[in-house]
Ligand binder design. Structure first.
Ligand SMILES: Nc1ncnc2c1ncn2[C@@H]1O[C@H](COP(=O)(O)OP(=O)(O)OP(=O)(O)O)[C@@H](O)[C@H]1O
Length: 284
């Protein structure tokens, strides 16, 4: 039986006149790795931001394990959804271990400020959390670098550390925004293994990625966003074989293209303008 972990219903996000995400229904089930792909500007990051409470969707709801989430990032994290960002957001001048400990603040009594200011309450909580943080560092392979400053880690390890910090909030769902951006092929392969291992720990994973081989290798299901709408959803095989997906990536129009109606309107307007100017030309 499939149990939904994340359910987005009819999510729409408008920025002024621009609809970046339009009426998207989307589910991630327990135990799944789901990929979200689409050409540049398709609305993937905007949709992620709606899921994690960074944006309040103009319409629609997002639920985690059957409960509608309030659109506030810390409450979303507390509920059980963790994320990484397209651009690394580590505390560069903190050690590897400290970065993971800060990630645990939603699971300890101490708040984020206490963690950052390292007050007495934090020190006690830190002691209790350290064991768990070290387990996570072992898991991602950075335990031997616990005392290194985050900024001194090579790029691939910084991305791993971000994942460890996200896992520190003990999520049931992990959202990864372009986890292999800037990685070399070995680092990408290692990340693939890491994502499988995270799933094997019982954490569902949703990832945005431009590296198609990575997405199709990993994902149980892939959803394709085009111009803010979900165009296709299915297994990697189904999505790869769908001509509309190929056309969308190549920028070619196709039947049912979300932009088809607008394109037809523009074409009609251009044709009308041409007709008017040629009539004027005839009148001269
Ligand atoms: N804060 C914002 N204000 C106004 N427009 C925005 C905002 N964020 C995104 N957009 C617009 O929404 C659309 C979708 O952008 P988004 O970044 O979500 O796409 P994406 O699929 O993540 O693209 P990429 O793959 O290039 O990261 C784009 O037209 C973008 O310019």
């Amino acid at each position: 039986m499939t149990t939904p972990v994340l359910e987005a219903r009819d999510v729409t996000m408008r920025f002024g006149g621009l609809t970046a995400v339009r009426s998207v229904d989307f589910t991630v089930n327990a135990g799944e790795i789901v990929g979200l792909i689409g050409p540049n500007g398709a609305g993937k990051t905007t949709f992620f931001n709606c899921l994690t409470g960074l944006y309040v969707p103009t319409e629609g709801t997002v639920s985690y394990k059957g409960t509608v989430l309030p659109p506030k990032p810390h409450l979303v994290t507390q509920a059980g959804i963790a994320r990484t960002f397209q651009n690394i957001r580590l505390f560069a001048n903190m050690t590897v271990l400290e970065n993971v400990l800060v990630g645990r603040h939603t699971r300890t009594k101490e708040g984020l400020w206490s963690a950052l200011l390292r007050g007495p309450g934090f020190k006690k909580a830190e002691h209790a959390s350290e064991e768990r943080a070290m387990e996570l560092l072992e898991f991602i392979g950075l335990a031997h670098k616990r005392d290194h400053l985050a900024r001194n880690l090579p790029y691939g390890e910084q991305r791993k550390l971000e994942i460890a910090r996200a896992l520190a909030s003990e999520p049931g769902l992990l959202l990864l925004d372009e986890p292999t951006a800037g990685m070399n092929p070995q680092e990408t392969r290692a990340t693939e293994e890491l994502v499988f291992a995270i799933r094997d720990k019982g954490i569902a994973v949703l990832l945005i990625e431009h590296d198609m081989r990575f997405v199709f290798n990993l994902s149980d299901r892939v959803a394709v966003l085009v111009q803010g709408e979900k165009l296709v959803e299915g297994t990697s095989e189904v999505v790869q074989a769908d001509e509309r997906v190929i056309a969308a990536y190549l920028g070619e129009p196709f039947e049912g293209d979300p932009g088809e109606a607008e394109a037809a309107e523009v074409e009609a307007a251009e044709a009308a303008a041409d007709a008017t100017s040629s009539t004027k030309g005839e009148a001269k």
